[in-house]
Design a protein around this ligand. Structure first.
Ligand code: 5AD
Ligand code: SF4
Length: 451
């Protein structure tokens, strides 16, 4: 049925969040099932797929630049096609649809977040009949987890438990491009996890825009804590999850950090702002006091937990006092990592219509002040690992030096260590090995493999 795809080479660009990374793995799985093959060299591809993100404007603008920049790159010499097939999917595809083809005539296929299973058919249609096609769907009743998948790494798997979001934080475009929240049946999630463990997967990351509200749309309303327990019981060596909304983080989930041995001691808990007034305008539905209460409970349940967060600087109407409250919160919590973003108005969201008169230079200065604090705290947090021996899941080699292992500790800290003599990185990749930490830097720990 998709015979025009057989033998074709394709390249995938993935931007944005883990959900996109997971969708890309499904796309690779589907296209390979149709007889096409993935290439790691863009110039060798006959088909290119952009999996896009529109959460902030910078990514949006960059995407158009990138799509335009590949326009004149010739096809591989062996190809008999007239032109490379250019496909845009993900969140920008969902939002802009046909407009992308109208604006960039070399784009052939546009698809969205709700119909990735249609991609092989759409490409096949273009290869057989020519022309352009944009196909975007409002809501889907399938889950991408039903599609074939080709994991980026053998040892690590994303496992979506919900898709979409019902929270409508006022700055965020996600609910408009990923649709309403839907949960997968707990039995399917656990069955998938069992299959992954049987394949030798070392680390499963449960995914959802807000995993904590899992199950509200299902019969019997199973809770996220039940999913955690079910997946942990498969015996997967490492279990993680993302992302967690503070308003829905339950005591049961917090306690799981103390009781489930394979739930890794690391939690990403986006706070967004340390000012109650801003949190209210963001429609986050919690106060700073509530958030700090959660942090206390988490540290009581699991004293060694590493915390990370997301923060938006320059939300409309942010005063110096509001910013100072955010700065103080970051200092108080002591995060291992903070993803800091300058507020970016997204058309169609409520915040885009809010009065915003803080000068750009003031926001930039606040941002830089915050980043400095983030770094100081990350360094401080990492010191607790100095001289400890940690289990490290080897991911590959360091970007700068291919004789240095790069891997992750249970706390999700990056760990570097020289490859031991007589071993190769291929032997070590995907295995968990003990590393003694000799020195703790701001963004990584440097150590020696314990043999
Ligand atoms: N501007 C800046 N940052 C944003 N985020 C989401 N929407 C926006 C926006 N409009 C950030 C939030 C979220 C992270 C994934 O991206 O901090 O947690
Ligand atoms: Fe966006 Fe808020 Fe949903 Fe996260 S919880 S995806 S920030 S609307």
């Amino acid at each position: 049925m998709n015979q025009f795809l057989t033998g074709r080479s394709f390249y995938v660009f993935t931007y944005g969040c883990q959900m996109n990374e997971h969708d890309s793995e499904r796309i690779v799985g589907m296209l390979e099932a149709c007889g096409a093959h993935r290439t790691d060299v863009f110039e060798d591809s006959e088909i290119v797929i952009f999996m896009t993100c529109c959460v902030r404007e910078a990514a949006d603008v960059r995407l158009r630049g990138q799509v335009n920049s590949i326009k004149n790159v010739p096809l591989p010499r062996t190809s008999e096609l007239k032109k490379r097939v250019v496909c845009i999917g993900g969140c920008i595809g969902q939002r802009d649809g046909q407009q992308l083809i109208d604006d960039m005539h070399h784009v052939d296929v546009v698809f969205g977040t709700q119909n990735i299973e249609r991609l092989p058919y759409l490409i096949n249609g273009v290869l057989s009949r020519g022309g352009h096609i944009a196909e975007v769907q409002e809501e889907s009743d399938t889950f991408s987890t039903d599609l074939p998948s080709k994991r980026e790494h053998d040892w690590a798997a994303w496992l979506p438990i919900t898709v979409g979001c019902n929270n409508f934080c006022t700055y965020c475009i996600v609910p408009y491009v990923r649709g309403r929240e839907r949960s997968r049946a707990i039995e399917s999630v656990v069955a998938d996890a069992q299959a992954l463990v049987a394949e030798g997967v070392q680390e499963i990351t449960l995914l959802g825009q807000n995993v904590n509200s899992y199950g509200r749309d299902l019969y019997g309303e199973p809770r996220f804590a039940d999913v955690l327990k079910g997946v942990a019981a498969t015996g997967v060596p490492r279990l993680r999850f993302a992302t967690s909304h503070p308003k829905d983080l339950t005591d049961e989930v917090i306690e799981a950090f103390g009781t489930l041995g394979n739930l890794m001691p690391a939690l990403h808990l986006p706070v967004q702002s340390g000012s109650d007034a801003i949190l209210k305008r963001m429609h986050r539905s919690y106060t700073v006091e509530h958030y700090l209460g959660l942090i206390d409970k988490l540290r009581a349940a699991c004293p060694d937990i590493s915390l990370s967060t997301d923060i938006i600087v320059g939300f409309p109407g942010e005063t110096e006092e509001d910013f100072q409250a955010t700065y103080d919160l970051v200092e108080k919590v002591g995060y291992s990592q903070v993803f800091t973003f300058i507020y970016s108005p997204r058309e169609g969201t409520p915040a885009a219509k809010m009065k915003d008169d803080t000068p750009r230079s003031v926001i930039q200065e606040r941002f830089e002040r915050l980043v400095q604090m983030v770094q100081d705290k990350a360094y401080e947090q990492n010191q607790r690992f100095a001289d400890r021996t940690l289990d490290v899941l080897v991911e590959g080699v360091s970007q700068r030096n291919d004789s240095i292992i790069a891997g992750r500790s249970p706390h999700n800290a990056m760990v570097h260590a020289p490859i031991p003599e007589g071993k190769t990185i291929e032997q070590l990749k995907g295995t968990i090995i003990p590393v003694h930490v000799d020195e703790a830097k701001t963004w990584y720990l440097s150590g020696t493999v314990v043999e």
